[in-house]
Design a protein around this ligand. Sequence first.
Ligand SMILES: [Zn+2]
Ligand SMILES: [Zn+2]
Length: 214
Amino acid sequence: MRQTVAEEMGETFPEAETLCAPGMKDLSGGKGAIALVPAAGISARVLDNMKMAVQSAFGEEALLVMGAEGEGWVCPSGGPGRQVPASCLITRLAPLRKAFERVLGVVDTGLSHPGVNHVFGFTDPESRVSVMSLYHLGRKGEAPAKVARRASKTAIHELGHSYGLPHCRDHRCVMFFSFNLTDTDYKDSGFCKKCGKELSMRLNPGVHERKEVC
Ligand SMILES: [Zn+2]
Ligand SMILES: [Zn+2]
C-alpha cells in the first residue's frame, strides 16, 4: 500500500501545560545548547551519530538528555499503527525550552499529523520545539549506519526549521523536503550555500548587522 509521507511545519500549538516533572527542573547548565531527548530504547549508535552531526551542522553544543521519558513526555499512542500525535509531543517537550536553546524529541513510534498518513518530523516555530520519528527511517535488514545517517539528516532538517529556515529547492540541501527515503538518502547532511548563509545570520544576527553596515 502506498503511503503518503510528509513532513510539516508552521502550525502553532497551545501554550504548554506545566508538565515539568522533578527531573526536568534539574536540567540546568544547558542554556545555549541543543537538547536531543530520546525516548527509551533508541539506539546509542543513532544518538551518538546524531549528536555529532547536529553539533557540526549548527556549531552549537548538543546534549543528550536521557531518561526524560520517565518524566512523562512521551504521549500515548493515539492512532492506527502506534502513531503518536506530533502536537502532543511538542506540547509535552516545551517545558524543556526553559533549560535549552532548542529541543528535539526523538521517538521510535510513528508520528501523526492532521491531513497526512504520517510524518518524519515536525517543528513548532512558536515554541521552537521539534520532534522526529525513526519509525519510517529504516526498512527491514538495512544497514544501521544508513538508518543513523537518515536520522541525523532528519534531526538537522527539523532543527533548521526551529531556527526559521524554510524548505529549500536544492535536492542536495538538508532543508529539502523529503517525500520519501530516496530523497533523504540523496540529500546531504549539510546546508546549501543559501541556507547556510541564512542560518548563520539567524545564529549570529549581531555579527551580520555589523557587516552590513560596513
Ligand atoms: Zn521540513
Ligand atoms: Zn538549502
